[in-house]
Design a protein around this ligand. Sequence first.
Ligand code: C5P
Length: 399
Amino acid sequence: MKHLEAGNNLLLGVTGGIAAYKSVELARLFIKAGVNVRVVMTEAATRFVNPITFQAITGETVRVDLFDQAHEAAMGHIELARWADHLLIAPATGDFLARMAHGLADDLLSTLYLACPAQVSVAPAMNVHMWEHDATRRNVSRLIEQGVQVLGPALGEQACGDTGPGRMLEAAEIVSSLMYSSEAGLFAGRKVVVTAGPTREAVDPVRFISNRSSGKMGFALAEAFAAEGAEVVLVSGPVNRDDPPGIQRIDVISAQQMYEAVFKHLPGADVFAACAAVADYRPANPQPQKLKKNGEHLELKLVKNPDILAEVAALSDGPFTLGFAAETQKLVENARSKLTSKGIDMIAANLVGKGRGFDLEDNALKVLWSDGEADLPMQSKKNLARALISLVAEQYVRE
Ligand code: C5P
């Protein structure tokens, strides 16, 4: 994704939500960074912030009305759309995302979205239930398919008193993701699918088999790929983590669902990084009702789950594959045999057990590929993820 630079033209669309006040600061920070900013507001946005505020900050007339004769004569909406190097809509309400997803063009800003050939990004802001509603989820997926970059939202307390995802990212975070995250990234123009977290295998409606994976490493990896310019799809098992900005996150529960989500998003992928701790087995007959404790023993029959990584690696025209091996002993030996048995390109192995591996901030990895290896010493999972994807980039290029 091309980044905004000083001297570029940014069209800032403001829609009607309480977070509109944060966009005043956003406009100020972009101007401070040397970007030319023009603001277009929806009618509803003007009920939250007066256009005069934006006008004072940007020194430019703020446009609201599609049928504004004076401005259509001077700089019509098509000219405005052409002028922009980037269209950022912040805050983007649930309603506005829906209108964008469906191509409605019934006011100036929605018309500009259709008319603007430049990169478009949105910083959604809405109540957590609105953000989590199926209709919004579908609209957001659609926008991502339409090439729109989705920034946030962040988790936290909301103006309405609820807590959860829905807050607009802070102005400084938006500026930094549009302007400063790695420019010509190692994975610019590449698509990467990452799995993360554990899977849960249902025993009955209230019980499941799972493991201690926190998703920390997988999320760090997804963020590292995105910071290097990749288009990232993150398929995550149940974890308690914020949506990483600019990444398409697909939440799944079971290994079977993870398998389906991975294969759905795999077409066009250049790299598949399997960081999830997928349950190897699942109960053969998950019970529709809660199991009763009837006897001294309970036998649970388990059947094998599909090995997602091995199946991706077996594709004839598949992506570069990176796997993980969490071992409690014989690290290198077990990891190397996994590299060959699964037929993957690279494996990152780490020791797990007392005080190592799961749910910790730091980790160390031994990385192996067919004719080489590297040691990544104990460091934060974020730094480890960066180092690991540099190794992926080197080996991927060599292929
Ligand atoms: O065989 P093992 O489970 O130790 O292999 C670990 C690696 O394989 C990890 O990269 C994990 O994400 C992946 N895996 C998978 N599907 C499974 C089991 C493991 O993708 N069913």
